[in-house]
Design a protein around this ligand. Sequence first.
Ligand code: UD1
Length: 434
Amino acid sequence: MNVYEIRGGRRLTGECGVQGSKNSALPILACALLCGGEAVIRNCPVLTDVEATANILRHLGCRVRREAHVVTVDSAVIGADDIPDALMREMRSSVIFLGAILARNGRASLSTPGGCEIGLRPIDLHLDAMRKLGAEVREEFGRIVCEAPKGLTGAKIPLSFPSVGATENIMIAASCAKGVTQIVNAAREPEISDLADFLNSCGARIAGAGEGSITVEGVARLHPTEHTVIPDRIAAATYMAAAAVTGGRVRLNSIIPAHLGPEIGVFEEAGCKIETDCRSIRITGPERLRSVKLIRTMPYPGFPTDIQAPVAAMLTVADGASVIIETIFENRFKYIGELVRFGAKIRVDGRMAVIDGVKTIYGANVVTPDLRGGAALMIAGLAAEGVTRVSDSRHIERGYEAPETVLRGLSAEIKRIAEDGKTDPEPPTETERR
Ligand code: UD1
């Protein structure tokens, strides 16, 4: 099991670039299946989830090449319409392939993704939408089989909840359907707009992405394109929380500050100074953070559920009591049991957590429960007195590209110790990586 070892108490200073968005890269890569040729995706983060997506594309018959942050997917020839269990299990969000495989082959067979660390994560909205587009959907022996041998047909699809994954699946499937599809109560996340930009540059006709109602006018086929993935707003906000908790002063480059609106409000309420220009943010943490009255996670443009855990870790050392209500996923407080090991004072009641800020937290041996919970433990480690060991780092590596390199570049004392006990060799600098 890989471990991050952190000696806390160093103020983070300096500047760093921010990786490309994982949540944009995954659906865009899946969608490359529809290009029927060589799609070039730039600014793809180097993450295990991206590798898992590439492996699914390879299984389906695509030729996938990665050179640093550029992934090339050649989907001229496709040989399969299924995703085997083992590949589905590697990454829960592989359900995003449903719309792409169905649109390309007229048939898709996936194993049921099942629950994951943060909740049950049903896919009923995805399946209902495929039915509305004319597919026959069967669930048999733990597999989901969708068939539309004569192709899909556009429809009006109201979503009972603005699910990000369901909105993406519908946009992808409807791009090559006959006629017009309207998604009502669509998700409005920036990753939805990025996917629409990718699809439109392949010849799709999508309007309204980023708003509550999206219209997709089906076209006969898509063509290859080149696309640059947007910066990762979740990684950016995670590094902002890391800077804030150490009372540091950090500038994050190559980001889109407008995507971080709700997070910026919370950092300011906690006493941080935020300065933005069109492609960067500078955050300066105060000597002692202030508590934040109430954070309620909501679909975009509300406060993101993915930043709930990193911000909770930051608030463990704030002056006063903060309240967090998680409304999106039912099991996203698992990391709190681990934060308590640092000496944090937190009570959880159902979907509400009350954090009574303490002056000092202390280094601890903790285990990563899930991706964002893992990031929270690293943030606590940076603030804590003494040494912290965050084990089972594979969750963190699903979503953060070389966080130890980024944080070390900001003066943190952190190293990644591999399973065999060896400290990883000094990784390449950011300029070398990009
Ligand atoms: C995506 C993001 C994830 C983020 C989440 C919410 C990716 C790869 N992941 O996940 O990081 O935390 O959006 O911003 O982009 N739901 C149903 N039925 C469905 C689909 C969803 O009940 O068919 C529920 C889920 O269980 C959850 C809520 O809707 O409670 C939100 O899920 P959704 O927006 O679909 O999240 P994901 O696309 O899975």
